[in-house]
Design a protein around this ligand. Structure first.
Ligand code: ADP
Length: 538
């Protein structure tokens, strides 16, 4: 059988930057640096610098498949590096600088990074760990302080003219490596391909997802090191959007930039929006007073209902997305259902509070928690272990052996969910965090979401405590808002009409802080450790 008769065009991500530079060459990329200074370039400038970077990488002996790491916040030189690294045929490895030394040490050695590009604020990490990273032989600082003797990015690429071409190769070649934060055991690497990344980028710009067009101005708060920055640096090239980057996450700076640069889109985890709300409240403003924000992409953990409500009341479309590093990361996003226009406000908020519907290309299913062979109905009631498959979903972790026994390619997400008849996904927990009481499952997430709706609660986490009769019973650990008082009974009364009676926590413990992981999520593992010897009153 002959192949079809169309042209050869391998799905390599360098096409993305070529397209943006050709069709939207003068569209601006703005960077606000850690020292408060600002620079402006455009898509043509990003491409030119990325070509110069490939020359610098070749001169440093970098060959196809080599890993090029970054330890950096969001700015245009980081964006150049995304394309420069893949342009030389290498693998871009975005390292999360918020991880603990032990994890950073493990990750850089496991990835065998050859080059490491970093922000000056992370110089102490480099000084502390470089002895333990024998694989790295070139260090380049993105923003060297005046007078320092470290190699600076502009100086490094400045020796080259950009008169070169991208490396060629197969569309199934790797192009990017991201590690999961590893709340249990060592972090694990996810190795994306050119093809998977390209398909993912094309999905990102589909209607209902990032909802970009050429007028869009995006200020991504999600860092470039978190879950491939949700694919934004790739997807943004397709309609040639304007990017506004900030290397600091101070809400005052972000709001000023949003206003001044006419930002229409932003993306971040829920805590980022919380910080924005806090700042806006302090200056007596609301989201609608800040520029032209029309779309807020929220993911990484569940967006609480009050957040969605507030954004929607301000005329902002909330794209509540679910995904993970292992899924590139888009799994679902808040696509409009066909009957959106007929829905009332409350009904819309209810819907957006769930995790949306899958992108074309990925399939979801839930299987029984106790019997993974049993696929559950999409009835909006049966909750089980969420599985996913598709062209940008992980097959195996970096350096892991292929599993010859795996009959079907379904990736186990570690999430517990319900799928509704219209395909809407609703996450109810993580498999490791769900609380088993009397043979039935209690969702720790639902308890937490209900608790943070109480005006005195800043943060809440539910964990299971072993119980002689029920196996486990939930307790709720609460951090109160500063200066606001409330009692355990107040919180119990607040929860009473929001969750089933047998879900009500056996105890409420007030604490000063709840432990978080390197990506800012509640670390249930550390919390459980803290409460290991906790005894419930009978
Ligand atoms: P890490 O584990 O490094 O924090 P990820 O960002 O890949 O990295 O985490 C993915 C997990 O985050 C998902 O499996 C899910 O538990 C959680 N998550 C992501 N998006 C949402 C969402 N919209 N609602 C609830 N949980 C979410």
């Amino acid at each position: 059988m002959q192949l079809g008769a169309m042209q050869d065009w391998s799905m390599r991500v360098t096409h993305l930057i070529d397209h943006a530079a050709r069709e939207y060459g003068h569209r601006e990329i703005v960077s606000r640096w850690a020292d408060g200074s600002e620079t402006r370039t455009d898509w043509a400038g990003i491409r030119h610098d990325a070509l110069r970077m490939t020359q610098a990488l070749r001169a440093a002996g970098i060959a196809k498949g080599d890993r090029i790491a970054t330890l950096a916040m969001n700015h245009s030189r980081h964006l150049v590096t995304w394309y420069g690294a893949v342009g030389v045929g290498g693998v871009l490895h975005t390292v999360n600088p918020r991880l603990f030394d032990e994890q950073l040490n493990y990750i850089v050695n496991h990835a065998e990074d050859r080059v490491l590009l970093y922000d000056a604020v992370f110089q102490p990490i480099i000084d502390r760990l470089r002895e333990q990273w024998p694989c790295v032989n070139t260090y380049v600082c993105f923003d060297p302080p005046p007078g320092s003797d470290v190699l600076g990015f502009e100086e490094w690429i400045g020796a080259h003219d950009g008169n070169t071409t991208w490396a060629e190769g197969d569309e199934r070649d790797p192009c990017m490596l991201c590690y999961t934060s590893g709340t249990t055991g060592n972090p694990k690497g996810v190795l994306y391909e050119h093809r998977s990344t390209m398909l993912h980028a094309m999905t990102g710009v589909a209607p209902n997802f990032f909802d970009f067009d050429s007028r869009s101005v995006m200020l991504p708060i999600v860092p470039m090191f978190h879950a491939a920055s949700w694919g934004l640096p790739w997807a943004g090239t397709i309609p040639g959007i304007k990017f506004v980057y900030s290397a600091v996450n101070d809400p005052a700076v972000l709001c000023e930039l949003m206003d001044r640069e006419g930002v229409t889109h932003s993306a971040g985890v829920p805590t980022v929006w919380l910080a924005m709300f806090g700042y806006l409240d302090s200056i007596g403003k609301d989201v609608r007073d800040v520029g032209k924000i029309g779309t807020a992409i929220i993911g990484g953990s569940a967006a609480p209902r009050f957040m969605i409500e507030r954004l929607m009341k301000n005329g902002v479309r909330v794209a509540h997305a679910w995904g993970m590093t292992e899924t590139s990361p888009i799994g679902t996003t808040g696509a409009y259902p066909y009957n959106w226009d007929e829905m009332g406000f409350e009904e819309r908020v209810d819907l957006v509070s769930k995790q949306g519907r899958p992108a074309f290309g990925v399939e979801l299913r839930c299987v029984d928690l106790d019997d993974p062979g049993k696929v559950l109905p999409r009835d909006g009631a049966a909750s089980g272990a969420l599985q996913i498959r598709g062209p940008w979903v992980i097959k195996r972790y970096f350096k892991a052996e292929a599993d010859a026994t795996a009959a079907e390619q379904w990736f186990d997400t570690g999430d517990v969910a319900v799928i509704h008849p219209d395909g809407t996904l609703q996450l109810t927990d993580r498999t490791k965090d769900v609380i088993k009481s009397g043979g039935e499952w209690i969702s720790s997430v639902e308890l937490e979401n209900a608790a943070v709706g109480h005006p005195a609660v800043a943060e809440a986490a539910a964990i299971g405590i072993s119980h002689p009769k029920w196996d486990e019973r939930p307790i709720l650990v609460v951090v109160k808002k500063a200066g606001v008082e409330c009692s355990a009974d107040d919180i119990k009364a607040h929860l009473a009409d929001k969750v089933a009676k047998w879900w009500l926590p056996d105890a409420i413990e007030f604490v000063d802080d709840i432990p978080h992981t390197g990506t800012g999520k509640i670390s249930k593992k550390d919390l459980r450790d803290r409460f290991r010897d906790y005894k419930l009153e009978s």
